[in-house]
Ligand binder design. Sequence first.
Ligand code: HEC
Length: 126
Amino acid sequence: MTVNEELIQPKDAIQRLILIILGMIFLAIVVIVGWYLHQISDPYIHEVLSRQGDVSRGQAIFEINCAGCHGLEADGIVGPSLHHVQKHKSKISLIQQVISGNTPPMPKFQPSPQDMADLLSYLEKL
Ligand code: HEC
């Protein structure tokens, strides 16, 4: 079969391309918003975010559970320094980082919502 090139209008091709790009942008937005809504609807994360964290309790929890790898001052040993970690990680990703166990050798922790809220307030002060 031969393609009749006169039938393919460049204008049509550009319009189709724009439609495809718009469609992809739209899909990406739907996926991102959906993911975000899914995260904040997680009951544990919701519970943590609704609590007021106590920085000094958070620091005590950190020293017991995390300092072995991240250092007493959170400046890094086995695990990376956590200073200014809140600049590239949202509250939700910080919670995920602690509870998921997705980045071995960092273990999966299961702090109570209050302990997690305290830890979060400490991490955000670093
Ligand atoms: C066994 C060692 C170990 C322990 C214990 C540990 N971590 Fe980690 N942590 C790591 C390592 C290794 C990474 C880097 C993981 C990667 O991204 O590959 C990391 C990454 C992180 C990050 C992300 C850093 C970034 O720049 O994105 C945060 C936040 C964090 N840890 C917090 C904690 C907290 C809070 C605790 C205590 C509840 C803890 N960690 C306990 C080893 C540990």
